[in-house]
Design a binder for this molecule. Structure first.
Ligand code: SF4
Length: 341
């Protein structure tokens, strides 16, 4: 049997997962579990690049996020789920890779990062090395694929360049060049119509209660030209309708669009309908989440075991790396004895 290809992906530890994270990444991760050998990690060190001054929330955010992953369907039996800082080999390889990464190559800033992280001083050594750490996160598992949306494909280019340089300098084929695995990433708006993001405070979380979901649906923007219930509406410009497209069965989407255009359904009723559909959609996740929160020892065991499995893989990589770089002291000593006769 040929070895399964390796998929690697991570999320910065930002806390509870929202629908944007779910449809933008997590759902794809779940779908990939049966086709690849998957490694998924919580990037707590990446969170430190921006939250170094007050790291008090990072661990809690990491746990909240991982609980959501598992509740939504990431299966610790099929995927390796771990925390970045529980696999210290990432740090060693980052140091080694930083030796070979020319300064001119550094991505000066990740536009998205900068947009998302406001009011924080990112002029640190740690943030400068962010792209190298990100490369290492992938390379240390000798991952073949990284699931990305089409707009993020260029992020992988620097990773490919760094591993290519390593392989070239040390005349070794330690690292495959990671390829983008394009996954569907539908547009997920926030309740205010902007992109859903924790920092915009416009997100619907997987863990939101039915009451909170209803309240958020009530806040959603609808067709701005539809002032009265008797005005025909335009689902194609309605922020709320975008959510129907994500979570409602096709027949409901079609019915709502028809009734909206014919002014047969009011926006207030549609908000209630969507709230119910979202609640039903999230209910199993919320229930599983509560079970996990009642059984935290199991969550801890999953993370310890996942990190152990991850370290098994990284240890192999680091042996190959040290050997390629001539830092394998046992081998060097053995050679010296041979020469000495
Ligand atoms: S009825 Fe629904 S789809 Fe139509 S404008 Fe109102 S909220 Fe949007």
């Amino acid at each position: 049997m040929t070895e399964q290809k390796i998929v690697l992906s991570g999320m910065r530890s930002t806390g509870k997962i929202h629908l944007g994270n779910y449809f933008g990444a997590l759902k794809n991760w779940i779908d990939l579990q049966d086709r690849y050998r998957c490694y998924y990690f919580a990037a707590d060190w990446h969170a430190l690049t921006s939250d170094y001054a007050d790291p008090s929330q990072i661990a809690q955010n990491t746990i909240e996020m991982v609980i959501d992953w598992i509740a939504a369907g990431l299966d610790p039996e099929r995927s390796t789920i771990f925390i970045q800082s529980m696999v210290p080999d990432h740090a060693e390889l980052q140091l080694l890779m930083s030796m070979i990464t020319p300064l001119g190559w550094r991505v000066p800033t990740y536009k998205e990062q900068i947009q998302q992280i406001e009011n924080k001083d990112l002029a640190t050594y740690g943030f400068l090395g962010y792209p190298v750490l990100q490369t290492v996160d992938i390379a240390i598992y000798r991952a073949h694929f990284v699931p990305v949306g089409e707009d993020q494909a260029s992020h992988l280019e620097i990773s490919r360049e760094i591993v290519r340089r390593f392989n070239y300098l040390y005349k070794a084929e330690v690292f495959p060049e990671p390829q983008a695995l394009f996954t569907p990433t539908p547009k997920v708006p926030g309740v205010d119509g902007r992109k859903m993001s924790k920092s915009y405070n416009n997100a619907i979380n997987l863990s939101d209660s039915p009451e909170v979901i209803l309240q958020k649906c009530k806040q959603m923007f609808t067709d701005p030209q539809r002032l009265k219930r008797s005005d025909p509406g335009r689902p194609e410009v309605c922020n709320l309708y975008d959510f129907h497209k994500l979570v409602s069965p096709l027949e409901i989407q079609e019915r709502v669009a028809f009734q909206c255009r014919a002014a047969e359904i009011g926006c207030v009723d549609d908000k209630k309908l969507l709230a119910q559909i979202l609640t039903d959609f999230l209910e199993p996740i919320r229930r599983r989440r509560e079970e996990l929160l009642r059984d935290r020892a199991t969550v801890y065991d999953i993370l310890v075991e996942g990190s152990r499995k991850a370290r098994e893989r990284t240890a192999e990589t680091m042996d190959a790396v040290r050997s390629a770089m001539g830092l394998d002291y046992r081998k060097v000593l053995e050679k010296m004895e041979t020469v000495a006769g």
